[in-house]
Design a binder for this molecule. Structure first.
Ligand code: GAL
Length: 476
């Protein structure tokens, strides 16, 4: 039912007929208000070090797997671009944080470049790297913007990749050390920490499909990496707990509703297998449920890398889980496809709008994944730590009127609110992203920012979506 239909119906029913909450959320265009989410609900934007910082070799920073891949194999990035300069946030963080404050955005989620802090991966700490993040954190606090830190957003030191990267079991200790140094340096002022950004994305794209750094196509490395990253989840979480007083400890997952258009036995099984890969593989072991091998038998290749005592160490009591959603995945059975025996149905066949990433716009998807994760009995709280869209932006008379992004955000937020009103313990919502930035293998073309960046001049232009978010946050 549309809003108009509801209003017509309620006119017939009389003045007492109020819009039910679920419908209110579903046709919230122009009406959704900050106060609908309650006063404790958290609002922010999210970024990642390699995507915005630039200064790839400045002040003692060593190359990460992304620096290495983009320089040595530029063809891996569609536009042959790299993150050497990106948004130059390294030199412009003050103005950028001032802009956040001006826009009234309460939280800034960013990640730490491991290669600034420990250029050799482990061992000697680079004080200049610590100083940089201290300045960012102190500037945030000065401007009243709360810093939220992601320890790892995909930029492993290349020196560690040379030793096998996440496929080497030592990665658990390397990561522990990095988290230890970082939490000791920043934990006095930063209380909100996320261990990983989307482990499925960096293990699968990095070691199995080879689309992302380190660009490997190696199933064996993928299986090992899955287990070591799972172990590092627990290890990293425990270090944060130990070093940061009153920490709010979370981690983030890419989640998409997995569906099929034609239900039959084969397709339904394909949905289950793809759902394990996309949504369940990393979260279930940390919740103490073990690897979901029953529903995806190929995971026996992960399990064989477990050592005695690992089962216990994989568990960690996170304070919150970050769900990150952009689209839905529609699959059908194709047993020839290794591991999951399923292929994607092309988004353009689904009849909805498509973003610049070739992702289907599907607002109900965020509602479905929130409900799915909320159904796990031992997740205390969910936060949407990323949601957003890339559309073709046009600069006309100095303005970027990105109406599609505004509509996308309103529609997705409507679904987030619907889940919240149904009782999900949902604590916040962060837009991906604050700035247009380096979109990994896609280069700079898909633009996700609510603030546009002219990469030739580094000029920032608040888009209509940024203005909308500002007004929304300022409203009641
Ligand atoms: C997420 C990722 C971000 C960003 C976004 C849009 O999966 O965490 O770094 O790239 O997707 O593609």
């Amino acid at each position: 039912m549309t809003r108009e239909e509801w209003l017509r119906l309620s006119a017939i029913l009389g003045a007492g007929a109020m819009i039910p909450n679920e419908l209110h959320a579903a046709f919230a265009d122009g009406e959704i208000k900050r106060s609908d989410f309650g006063k404790d609900f958290l609002w922010g934007t999210a970024t990642a070090a390699y995507q915005i910082e630039g200064a790839w070799n400045v002040d003692g920073k060593s190359p990460s797997v992304w620096d290495h891949m983009a320089h040595k194999r530029p063809g891996k990035i569609k536009t042959r671009e790299n993150g050497d300069i990106a948004c130059d946030f390294y030199h412009r963080y003050e103005q950028d944080i001032e802009l956040m404050k001006k826009m009234g955005i309460p939280i800034f989620r960013f990640s730490l470049a491991w290669t600034r802090i420990l250029p050799d991966g482990t061992g000697k700490v680079n004080q200049a790297g610590i100083d940089f993040y201290n300045k960012v954190i102190d500037k945030c606090i000065k401007e009243g913007v709360e810093p939220w830190i992601t320890c790892y957003h995909w930029d492993l030191p290349q020196t560690l990749e040379d030793k096998g990267g996440w496929s080497n079991r030592d990665s658990i200790q390397w990561f522990e050390e990095f988290v230890d140094v970082s939490t000791k340096a920043f934990g006095d002022r930063v209380k909100n920490w996320m261990v990983f950004n989307e482990p499925m994305a960096f293990t699968m794209l990095g070691y199995m499909l080879g689309w992302h750094a380190p660009g490997k196509v190696n199933f064996k490395k993928f299986y090992k990496s899955v287990h070591h990253v799972t172990m590092s989840h627990g290890a990293g979480g425990r270090v944060i707990r130990k070093n940061v007083k009153n920490a709010n400890v979370g981690t983030t997952f890419s989640c998409s509703s997995v569906e099929t258009l034609k239900h039959n036995k084969a397709n339904d099984k394909a949905v289950t297998r793809a759902d394990v890969m996309i949504n369940r593989l990393f979260v279930e072991p940390i919740l103490g449920m073990g690897y979901p091998v029953k529903d995806l038998p190929a995971l026996k290749h992960v399990i064989k890398h477990m050592q005695p005592g690992d089962e216990e160490k994989m568990k960690f009591d996170f304070d919150f889980i970050g769900v990150q959603n952009y689209t839905r995945i529609v699959v059908k059975s194709l047993l020839l496809v290794p591991m999951i025996g399923a292929i994607n149905v092309a988004p353009k066949k689904l009849g909805h709008d498509i973003t610049e990433m070739n992702w289907e716009v599907y607002p109900e998807g965020i509602y479905k994944v929130i409900k799915k994760f909320a159904a796990y009995p031992n997740i205390p709280k969910l936060i949407v730590t990323e949601n957003g869209a890339a559309f073709k932006d046009e600069l006309v008379n100095g303005e970027i009127n990105d109406t599609k992004r505004v509509q996308f955000l309103k529609d997705y937020l409507g679904q987030v609110l619907k889940a919240k009103k149904e009782g999900v313990n949902l604590g916040g919502y962060f837009i991906w992203s604050f700035l247009d930035n380096f979109e990994w293998a896609e280069g700079y073309r898909p633009r996700f920012g609510i603030v546009g960046v002219d990469f030739a001049t580094q000029q920032r232009i608040v888009k209509a979506s940024g203005k909308w978010y500002s007004e929304f946050l300022a409203g009641k």
